[in-house]
Design a protein around this ligand. Structure first.
Ligand code: ADP
Ligand code: MG
Length: 729
């Protein structure tokens, strides 16, 4: 039997260590060179076209055909000067990743030659044959038309020789078929609602943008070892594999020195990212062996999200150049930390103010308190929708697994802000406020700057934590498209802020002074949303009980989390804010459920094949050798004497036989049950079947196989072991 594992390990050991190249240029010299940024536009566009594009970017003003032609021609010139031959509309279908279909600039000239052509109509709109993208039933195949439309708020960029134009993707009926449209709508809604609330404090605020700073975690494994593991190659995670003796228990990896081979990879992809104008700055080792993180400086949320998706592509492409493969799965290795993608989020004004940054004077303090408390209130009211936004087969392994945020959504704010909210709750009376009360509240609010000093008071176990000047949504999975959680967060904020505005205006109309009206409304929200605040250990068993008492949900798996989308309140929320229609929501839910089923189905099939085709035969082979060995002893020494001399062989053989039968029957059971569940028509019921039956059976198979791995002679084991995947360099 050929053993891919042994060959793969030899490959890794033979890799010539690459010398680390010292970059010859300053980053600032090539930063943004591959993106059609504002400065490129200044150079290539007429002033008129430039102004149009800038207003389209900032205020969503439509670009007319004449300007589009000018932009297209400038884009072509810019891209061809950098070697581009093709262009593509780059979009985000509901698969969760990105899609592209390349077309050449070439147009035959009718005389046997060709010219390069790219005009406004090609820039603005395309009709990809999109019938095989998931649509949840929105488009019947006979009307499979979908359109991609240019999103001028995110700059076009170059990937190799292709000019990529960020676009939205919609059906011919106008319904969204992607993750970008709802995000853009939510961002517009939160802009409007937050700007109106800002008017209480500063009339100069005319625009509010949501900001996003993501932190991308990932694992690296050598390409050869990856290729010898069908589970990694096909499902992104190790479905079997005994835990290595040394995992992460020594805590020697976190922030440890970065191995040279990995460093060379990081420098390479960071350079590519910088050329694309992705402001990556942070890199470090993570908790688990071979786990790393990259984070940029935050940006406007739509742009930041495009940049994250682009970076995930880059990671893959550059990794291959370095003989690595990247795993962005939420839990590639059982027993080791999983990977997340913290979403740092805030709101910033056109006047340069971060609305979640504690203020320096009473007025700015009250503004901070307003936005801060409204965020908590929105999270409290829609915690389940936030949970639904991060649901997925991969994240199910991570949430609530005692090393990642629990599946229960709660908010951590730190002790100083807790004191402040308590004081506001106590000292603001329902009727006219007394001078003493006013002084007490003012004093408390005056202490807000201390919060800045308090921001070391971090609670790593909270899924949604205030970290001094922003909230950090930590439960987002590493493979996720941030557009989904960002859509939800900004939608619930938009609704909350606009209701807040109505309530405060109502109080003012009844005679309250502005500050008093604001404080009373803030107090009301503090009281109502108390249950969502939790400062303790989110990983603990007590929290699960406490949360249940508080009436907070603990939606442990994807099918139950996804059911939140279909609730009346959820649909009402998205329709009211104008982000998704009932039909779009139900289409998305269907796509997500199917996606979940497909992922588990692939895993179960890969696992079945690995066990039946490789593990069981390898074990049987070893058994035969042991049997021959025992027989040999019997032939030479006689049955009786051989008995005592072959204790080890017999015990191992017995262990293997027990394990073999157990593994065989669990795999058979897995196959039978999976086939039964596949017959279930209703997608929700099928997904529930996968969660309740298939997943636990896969765990059972794994226990048996990992036991066999420990008993089987090393050179026969067919797959790279976890210690090899994680420690062979
Ligand atoms: P940690 O790992 O300690 O949470 P990092 O420095 O890795 O911190 O990440 C913090 C992230 O938060 C960075 O991406 C940073 O740009 C982002 N961030 C900082 N301020 C804001 C803000 N106002 N809005 C959104 N993100 C922000
Ligand atoms: Mg963080």
């Amino acid at each position: 039997m050929s053993n891919y594992r042994i060959t793969a390990i030899e490959d890794v050991l033979e890799r010539a260590p690459k010398a680390l190249e010292t970059p010859s240029r300053k980053i600032s010299e090539y930063y943004g060179d591959h993106a059609f940024t504002l400065s490129a536009m200044r150079e290539y566009l007429t002033e008129e076209a430039y102004d149009h594009v800038v207003s389209a970017m900032q205020d969503g003003i439509r670009i007319d055909r004449k300007i589009a032609d000018q932009v297209a021609s400038a884009l072509k010139e810019w891209a061809m000067a950098r070697g581009a031959t093709h262009y593509t509309h780059w979009f985000q279908p509901l698969t969760g990743s990105t899609a592209e279909k390349h077309d050449s600039f070439i147009q035959p000239d009718g005389r046997g030659g060709a010219i390069e052509r790219f005009d406004g109509s090609l820039l603005v709109q395309q009709e990809p044959d999109a019938s095989s993208f998931p649509n949840g039933g929105i488009r019947s195949t006979f009307e499979a038309r979908g359109y991609t439309l240019w999103d001028p708020s995110s700059p076009p960029f170059l990937m190799g020789q292709t000019l990529c134009i960020p676009t939205i993707f919609i059906a011919y009926t106008g319904q969204s078929l992607d993750n970008k449209v709802p995000l853009l709508k939510a961002l517009t809604a939160v802009d409007k609602a937050a700007t109106e609330v800002c008017q209480y404090f500063d009339k100069n605020v005319t625009k509010v943008v949501a900001t996003l700073g993501w932190e991308q975690e990932y694992f690296l494994v050598d390409k050869a070892l990856y290729n010898a593991r069908p589970d990694l190659a096909q499902s992104g995670r190790a479905l079997i594999g005994a835990a290595p003796a040394k995992g992460q228990q020594l805590d020697d990896n976190y922030f440890g020195s970065i191995p040279p081979r990995v460093m060379a990879f990081m420098q390479d992809f960071e350079c590519e990212a910088h050329k694309l104008g992705i402001p990556v700055t942070t890199r470090h080792n993570e908790v688990a062996p071979n786990q790393f993180e990259v984070a940029p400086v935050f940006e406007e949320a739509n742009l930041a999200n495009d940049h994250n998706l682009l970076l995930m592509d880059l990671l893959e492409n550059v990794a291959i150049r370095h003989d690595f493969r990247v795993l962005v799965h939420e839990k590639p290795f059982a027993g080791l930390n999983g990977s997340g993608k913290h979403n740092n989020w805030s709101l910033g004004t056109n006047t340069g103010v971060n609305l979640l940054k504690p203020g320096v004077n009473p007025k700015t303090n009250l503004r901070f308190l307003t936005f801060f408390v409204n965020t908590i209130a929105a999270i409290h009211r829609h915690a389940d929708v936030l949970r639904a936004a991060i649901a997925g087969a991969g994240n199910d392994h991570r949430l609530g697994a005692n090393e990642a945020p629990p599946a229960i959504i709660s908010a951590f704010i730190g002790s100083k802000l807790t004191e402040l909210l308590d004081a506001v709750e106590k000292n603001v009376s329902a009727g006219k406020m007394s001078p003493d009360e006013k002084t007490a509240v003012k004093l408390e609010i005056g202490r807000i700057p201390e919060v800045m000093l308090d921001n070391t008071d971090r609670n790593r176990t909270s899924p949604f934590a205030f970290t001094g000047n922003k909230f950090e949504f930590r439960a987002v999975g590493s493979s996720a498209n941030c557009a989904v959680p960002m859509t939800v967060l900004n939608t619930i904020m938009a609704q909350q802020l606009s209701e807040f505005k109505t309530a405060v205006d109502g109080r003012i109309a009844k005679g309250d002074k502005k500050d008093e009206a604001l404080l009373k409304e803030i107090q009301k929200l503090i009281k109502e949303s108390k249950a969502i605040r939790f400062e303790g250990n989110g990983y603990g068993e007590e929290w699960v009980k406490e949360a249940a008492k508080r009436g907070l949900s603990n939606l442990m798996d994807t099918p139950s989390a996804l059911s939140v989308w279909e609730r009346k309140e959820t649909v009402a929320l998205f329709e009211e804010v104008g982000v998704l229609t009932a039909e779009e929501i139900s289409a998305r839910t269907e796509v997500e459920l199917e996606n979940y089923v497909m992922k588990l189905q692939i895993e179960a099939r890969v696992l079945g094949d690995m066990v039946t085709n490789q593990v069981l035969p390898a074990v049987m082979d070893y058994q035969s050798d042991l049997l021959a060995n025992i027989q040999g002893f019997m032939d030479v020494f006689g049955d009786h004497a051989a008995d005592g001399m072959t204790t080890a062989q017999r015990n191992i053989l017995e262990g293997l036989s027990v394990g073999l039968s157990a593994a065989y029957s669990s795999v058979e059971m897995l196959r039978t049950e999976r086939c039964k569940i596949n017959e279930v028509e209703d997608m929700k019921a099928r997904a529930e079947g996968y969660a309740a039956v298939v997943k636990p059976l896969m765990d059972e198979v794994r226990v048996q196989v990992d036991q066999l791995e420990k008993l089987t002679e090393d050179s026969r084991w067919p797959f790279p072991k976890l210690r090899e995947l994680l420690f062979t360099r």
